[in-house]
Design a protein around this ligand. Structure first.
Ligand SMILES: [Zn+2]
Length: 143
């Protein structure tokens, strides 16, 4: 059995454990180390690589929920994917490959730009926001 802890999933607190499936896992399935997790998360500014949300921001993967991040295999282990860094990315825990139907299109360029902005202090983010709001103006219906 594979029991997840906060070392495996960002959405778990340090005293929480999760049995994801009753299927026994092959013993060779390796855990993703904390160091690896940081290598995956940090360059992207701790954002979901699908919708661009950061922890506790509104998730684009599951509208109405707050984003919680997990490490996802781009190619699932069951389909021959590996724990190699290139096959790992951060996504909302709600993200479901099978029913991915996102209203938030995010190019890689936009994701890396947002990641940069998210790492800035709040006042810098507000400056960027003001700049963009001034440039593009408020959209009808938004406030
Ligand atoms: Zn997401």
């Amino acid at each position: 059995m594979q029991i997840r802890s906060h070392n495996d999933r960002v959405d778990l607190k340090s005293d929480e454990y999760l049995l994801e499936t009753l299927e026994p896992r092959p013993v060779i399935a390796r855990e993703i180390s904390g160091k690896m997790r940081r290598q995956i998360l940090a360059p992207n500014g701790y954002t979901c690589q699908v919708c661009g949300a950061g922890p506790n921001e509104d998730s684009g993967c599951e509208p109405g929920r707050k984003c919680r991040l997990q490490i996802d295999h781009v190619v699932p282990i069951s389909q021959g994917g590996t724990d190699d860094e290139k096959n790992l990315r951060a996504v909302c825990v709600y993200y479901n490959k099978d029913k991915a139907n996102l209203k938030v299109p995010t190019s890689r360029d936009a994701i890396s730009a947002m990641a940069l902005i998210r790492r800035q202090p709040r006042h810098v983010q507000q400056e960027v926001y003001k700049f963009l709001a001034g440039k593009f103006g408020p959209k009808p219906g938004s406030k």
